[in-house]
Design a protein around this ligand. Sequence first.
Ligand SMILES: Cc1ncc(COP(=O)(O)O)c(C=O)c1O
Length: 388
Amino acid sequence: MKKINYGRQSINDDDIEAVINVLKSELLTQGPQVDKFEKELSKKFNTKYVCVVSSGTAALHLAGLALGWKKNDIILTTPLTFVASINAILYCNATPDLVDINMDTFCIDIIQLEKKIKAYLSRGKNIKAVIAVDYAGHPCDWKGLRKLKKKYNFQLINDNCHAIGASYNKNKGYGSKFADIVTHSYHPVKNITTAEGGAILTNNKSIYEEVKLLRSHGINRKSLKLKTKETWNYEIKNIGYNYRLSDLQSALGISQLKRLNKFVTLKNKIAKFYDRNLRNSKAIILPREKKEIKHAYHLYPVRIKFDKIKVNKSELFFKMKKKGINLQVHYVPLYKHKYLKEKFKFKEKDFPNTSLFYKEAVSLPIYANLSIADQKYVIQSLQEIVKL
Ligand SMILES: Cc1ncc(COP(=O)(O)O)c(C=O)c1O
């Protein structure tokens, strides 16, 4: 039977050779591939400094630490994201709060964001930072976010994990232009992969130096060596982590990065094919694109009007699974998780857009190697089940 997942990696012979070459070399980790990958990322995304790390979650955690988040700092993000976005806030003992999504982009809504900031200000509280997630691969309203950043003086993080290879006003490096820190994930379903992996991109030198220290136990090898000529010695500057990316993973990343444009083009083609063939289904609402962006289509989320058709979401998933198609929902909104809801007193009624989206959303399969035949199979299978 066919097995079509909502997303998957695309690995070719060059990727395999790159990893084998590292396996045959002297250094499996902390070798030359790490620096090389960082340089390539810096060029590709037009960002001064890049620090690769062990995951997108690690990237967000180090971003929070480098920005000095601590107890009682209020950090805002979207409820429509993977739990890693909020966990990074909790790792720093800061306080998260959520802002509803915009129904065109499914990213944080900047009108609601300003309302929330004003509400905090009226209680004498400032916002420390905002984590804006480019949901599904559609960039947020970055000009709007930047304006608010200037007006209210908060730190801005671009959780860019979904939108690697997207553009905003034709600029692929928009993240570090508008935000203080950009974070990537290279998990296999993302637009490029290193198996597990991630990166922090920034134009700020002191942030870069801080995350580099934190990535590897807070160890500084240079300062003592120079002072004492004790070549074995090193200094521990602060509590740090082992969030390193290996040479094996970096070599895979370098090879994958060469094909990022191709992956994004292929995913856009698949999205257009779905658009053309699903446009006439009255029970399906397609994802939209703002004119100033190029979508990276990490996901292709459609909204299905389940109240108008004969099957519910669970039945649709079950029937599609029987045909070998694994759908997914991105995401169970953060305020719905019992732990978070109880701890932070989130109320579903504060997030009408996210609640509506969650009721309807289904992510269809989209990945670079999804064949035309399989795209047609997905469309045909969906149309057989989603009938008015
Ligand atoms: C929006 C978002 N942020 C952060 C992460 C965390 O990335 P990783 O799985 O590499 O830790 C993910 C991963 O799914 C994500 O989708």
